[in-house]
Design a protein around this ligand. Structure first.
Ligand SMILES: C[S@@+](CC[C@H](N)C(=O)[O-])C[C@H]1O[C@@H](n2cnc3c(N)ncnc32)[C@H](O)[C@@H]1O
Length: 262
C-alpha cells in the first residue's frame, strides 16, 4: 500500500492538537516570551549559515514569532516581509527592528493560507521555522514555492508523541512519522527535489522536578482527565534523570527541508 503523506500530515495535526496553534490569538499570548536558550542560539546560527541572507535579496518569513531568526535575516537582506496572524508577535518584531534602526521590515498580519500570493511579487528566499500547523500543507508548500527562488523549512525531527504514550492516549499508534519525514516525502512527491538533513542538539536545561517535566509533557500532548492521569503515571516511570534534572528526550532534532527552483 502506498502511503498518503498529506493524509499522514493531517492525521498528525489532528492527533497532536496542533490545529490549535494555527491561531493568531493563541500566539498573541506568547508574544513577550523571549525563550532564548543555548539550543535556540545554536539553531539560529545554523539556520543563518544555511540560508545565507544577502544584502541584495528579498526574504519572506512565515510565522516569525518573536523574531529570533527574523532579526539576523533582516540585518543582512534588502527587505524582509513577515507574515503572521498574531498582531502581538508582529508588533514585538517591529519594536526590535526599530530599536536597531532597521527600516527594511514589511509586516503582513494574516494567516499564510489567506495571503494573496499574486500580490506579493517574487522573493529570493522564503523561510518557515516551526510555523506549520495548518491542514493540507502540500498546497501551502506549493504556494510558497510559487513566489520564491529558494524555500527553507525547519520542522521538528523528533516524534511528537512517543508511541507508548500514543497507545495510552488513542488506544493505538495514530502518528508513526515525524514532521520532517512527512514533509520531506510531500516535497519529493511534488517534484521539489529537496535537500533534507537533520541537526541534533543536546537537550536544554530540563526540569528541576519530575512533576514539572511530566506536567510539561502532558500539556504538550494535550493529555487531560483520566487518560491524562494514566499518561502522567506512565511518564513518571520513563522520564530521564541526569544530575538532578529531568528530561523527556536525550536530545532535540531539527529537520531541514530546502529546495531551489529553476
Ligand atoms: C513557534 S512560533 C515560531 C517562531 C519562529 N519562527 C522561530 O522559529 O523561533 C510559531 C509562529 O507561527 C505563527 N503562525 C501560526 N499559524 C500561522 C499561519 N497559518 N500562518 C503564518 N504564521 C502562523 C504564530 O503566530 C507564531 O508566531
Amino acid at each position: 500500500m502506498t502511503m498518503d503523506w498529506n493524509e499522514e500530515w493531517n492525521a498528525s495535526i489532528k492527533a497532536t492538537s496542533r490545529y490549535q496553534l494555527n491561531s493568531g490569538s493563541f500566539w498573541d499570548g506568547h508574544a513577550n516570551s523571549n525563550g532564548s536558550s543555548s539550543f535556540s542560539e545554536a539553531m539560529t546560527g545554523d539556520q543563518v549559515a544555511l540560508i545565507r541572507p544577502d544584502p541584495q535579496q528579498r526574504v519572506l518569513e512565515i510565522g516569525p514569532g518573536n523574531g529570533r531568526l527574523t532579526m539576523p535575516l533582516a540585518r543582512s537582506s534588502s527587505e524582509i516581509t513577515i507574515v503572521d496572524p498574531s498582531a502581538m508577535m508582529l508588533r514585538a518584531v517591529r519594536t526590535l527592528a526599530e530599536s536597531e534602526g532597521l527600516a527594511n521590515l514589511k509586516l503582513i498580519n494574516e494567516y499564510w493560507e489567506n495571503v494573496d500570493v499574486g500580490a506579493l511579487g517574487m522573493y529570493h528566499k522564503l523561510v518557515s521555522s516551526y510555523s506549520l500547523f495548518m491542514y493540507d500543507v502540500g498546497e501551502q508548500m506549493r504556494r510558497m514555492s510559487s513566489i520564491s527562488d529558494e524555500v527553507f523549512l525547519f520542522v521538528p525531527a523528533d516524534i511528537r508523541i512517543p508511541f507508548d504514550v500514543q497507545e495510552i492516549l488513542f488506544g493505538q499508534v495514530a502518528v508513526e512519522h515525524t514532521d520532517y519525514k512527512i514533509l520531506s516525502h510531500i516535497a519529493r512527491e511534488m517534484g521539489m527535489a529537496p535537500r533534507t538533513l537533520i541537526w541534533e542538539y543536546p537537550n536544554g536545561p530540563g526540569f528541576d522536578s519530575l512533576e514539572a517535566a511530566v506536567k510539561h509533557c502532558c500539556d504538550m500532548y494535550n493529555a487531560t482527565g483520566s487518560i491524562g492521569k494514566k499518561v502522567a503515571e506512565h511518564l513518571s516511570s520513563t522520564m530521564m534523570e541526569k544530575d538532578g534534572r529531568f528530561f523527556a528526550n536525550a536530545s532535540r532534532k531539527v529537520g531541514v527541508i530546502c529546495w531551489q527552483n529553476e
